[in-house]
Design a protein around this ligand. Sequence first.
Ligand code: PXL
Length: 270
Amino acid sequence: MKPKAKILIIAGSDSSGGAGIQADIKTVTALGCYAMTAVTAITAQNTTGVKSIVGIPPKEIFNQIFFTVRDIKPDAIKIGMLHSEEVIKNIIKSLKKIKTNKVVLDPVMVAKGGFKLINNRAIIALEKQLIKKSYLLTPNIPEAEILTKTKINTPEDMILAGSILINKGASNVLIKGGHLKSKFVRDVLINKKEIKVFKNKRINTKNTHGTGCTLSSAITAYLACGKKINKACELAIKYVNQAIGSKINYGKGHGPINHLTSVSLNKEFK
Ligand code: PXL
């Protein structure tokens, strides 16, 4: 097959391959699209935790974006880990050079083992300056709590937090419900017109490293292919659930999900 659409991914590297830009590239590819990248930071990590982080200089992040998109135009953009205020300022500057309003912002804050991936000034810059540039914001519950200064214990709390984030300027917000303890996972999509709840049975496994990165990249791929926001979220959630369910069980800690769940090889490559 030929790629259906072109995606620019702006995110951090996860050496273990389960989350971050590695998860993003795998997802975009496994869903039939072409992935371009701007690396924001490099983490050394495995499934048991993060060892260290090195930020890429903001000017170099800008250069990766600017030089890449000058040549190949992306149909949509996915933004993940942005560790500092300076990086966020450069991302905003670079977005002005790109003619797509399909920007999906995953406000990455903490890695699975609890390691902080963003500093406090960057959280403020993200909240005050970047949310309003995004077509879709995809926080999990702890991220939504920080961005809205509310406590989220129920789906109703998620809806309230979602509406606060819409008022901060995002066109759509998908709050991911995986952190609430319940038999069913409810992800809530909100915009100015409607509220949609995606309800799925929880899959019991410790191997959920990279689910957030994967979900936001999958939505970006579907949006780039022309799907409407509801359908893009529905299909992306289905992809992540299948990827979790296929249980590859790598590593001693929180292992990766199976990004290849959507792929089958042609006969000549077997
Ligand atoms: O899952 C959030 C995330 C995003 N980006 C990078 C990460 C992680 C989690 O570990 O390492 C680079």
